[in-house]
Design a protein around this ligand. Structure first.
Ligand code: ADP
Ligand code: MG
Length: 225
């Protein structure tokens, strides 16, 4: 299997921090793998996902995503890949405000695709309908949706551009159990598609983790089993 993600001695220390948030992380993820990233709060899960998602840059080390050397990419090239090849499911309070649900999902389709606004909105509605949002909810401002609905918008926004890698950073953190399970089912369904790679960060124990590999972090390092 080709590698979706290959990280070698990846390190990141935030300015002013006394210890690295990420400390020489080496990781190989094959295409099609489903990874559960666990570890206590502050162990470096988000830092790692932000690097893989091209939202932040490592201080040192190597990072290849879908065979592309992220360590060498300029900002513009990174922005091209971000969103198109790597989808990031943000926690719903990071969704842009002032947009309706369908606009929030259509926006990345406009940035990276060759779609007209009408086409982008049509695609956005298809994704939202599949996730169970009604037509009325498509047109509602994101901030007027429930937490569970907003989290589905965040998921649709990440997968609509058709990425091969999906990164979900504690997407269920603020959802009740039933709503969380619904979203996890949708994320798992997505990951069952051909060649799709999923990394899901959670500090909760997931009973229903299916055919996946679990990677644990502590103090910025991967804990070897
Ligand atoms: P996790 O997602 O596992 O909770 P994080 O990756 O968010 O862990 O954090 C790892 C460490 O880096 C923590 O000590 C955290 O306080 C620190 N950290 C994370 N983001 C920043 C930032 N933007 N600036 C400074 N320190 C940060
Ligand atoms: Mg985190």
């Amino acid at each position: 299997m080709p590698l979706a993600i290959e990280a070698k001695n990846l390190a990141r220390t935030f300015p002013g921090a006394s210890r690295p948030a990420l400390d020489a992380v080496t990781l190989r993820v094959e295409e099609g793998e489903r990874i559960l990233l666990t570890g206590p709060s502050g162990s470096g899960k988000s830092t790692l996902l932000n690097l893989i998602g091209g939202l932040d840059r490592a201080d040192s080390g190597l990072l290849h995503v879908n065979g592309v050397n992220f360590s060498k990419l300029g900002e513009a090239a990174l922005a091209q890949i971000r969103g198109r090849e790597v989808g990031v499911v943000v926690q719903h309070h990071f969704l842009p405000t002032g947009l309706t649900a369908e606009e929030a999902v259509a926006a990345p389709l406009l940035w990276i695709g060759n779609l007209s606004p009408g086409e982008a909105l049509r695609e956005a509605r298809e994704h939202l309908s599949l996730l169970g949002l009604t037509k009325e909810e498509h047109r509602r401002p994101v901030q007027n949706l429930s937490g569970g609905q907003r989290q589905r918008v965040a998921f649709a926004r990440a997968v609509a551009p058709g990425p091969t890698i999906l990164l979900a950073d504690e997407p269920t953190a603020q959802l009740d159990n039933a709503t969380a399970q619904l979203l996890l089912d949708q994320i798992f369904d997505w990951s069952a598609g051909p060649g799709r790679t999923l990394i899901l960060a959670s500090h909760h124990h997931l009973d229903a983790w299916r055919d996946g590999r679990t990677i644990s972090m502590r103090d910025g390092r991967l804990v070897t089993a």
